[in-house]
Design a protein around this ligand. Sequence first.
Ligand code: MN
Length: 306
Amino acid sequence: MDTSNDEATGPAIEAFPAHEAVVGGGMTVRRALPHRLRRRVGAWCFLDHYGPVTLKPQDEGMRVGPHPHMGLQTVSWLFEGRVLHRDSLGSLQRIEPGQLNLMTAGRGISHSEETPAEHPPGIHGLQFWIALPESRRHGEPAFDHHPKLPDIRRDGLDMTLIMGEALGERSPAKAYTPLAGLDVVCRDVGTRRLPLNPAFEHALFLIEGEMTLEGQPMAPGTLYYLGPGRESLALGNTGHARAFLLGGEPLKEDVLLWWNFVGRSTEEMQEARTQWQGHAARFGEVKGYDGERLTAPELTTRLKTR
Ligand code: MN
């Protein structure tokens, strides 16, 4: 098995265990992307799975103070709970399960995320980043809320297409490279084949319950990379289960991730860091968040794409 680079190698299945990370509010998450040996799936370059946890009355829940982004889209998708988003464009948007918050950073934006005072006890969700291509990454920042997304019922599966195109449907959420993001809930017990776009590389991540992938049990907290060139996928279950399928055309650009930025060079990252620390207009200002803005770490090494 050659996992020494991100190049397309055909329809293999490779298992990449997520690692744990701690985010604002002290919540532990499973970070499935980037992985040292698998940095992206299409343009999807970051995936955190958090919860399910039940908050006690004294718990703060999610509290991520104002911080900047550039060169990416943030995709927020909930299974349980409620999140309040504020950004430097003046957006103030609550999301609930089944709704999508999509923030397109372009050349620069800042935002905060918090569990609002009024909230259900559970927290469970996914946070993704999608790398923007060269043609969009220097453009204007934008924020969109999508309360209604395509529901696809097929072969005992209840699916929601949150981004891109799959199974003949298209999400209203704007993507800048060909991709797909599909929430897959097993309504009935069984095994079925789900058609895939062979031009995309895909990956599957188990969210809850037990499922099989091509007849093999899926481990929790593991990203199963499926490669490009695959026409379909066998999914099996014996009880309630949920997984998330992500896919996209392999990105032809060398992309760097550092802190909350996606860029192409160490110099770009240094410039963005200096501008954020110096309160430059580029990243704007988040109003109304009751807490401190985040401080960028030092950047002391040269970043490498490999
Ligand atoms: Mn963020």
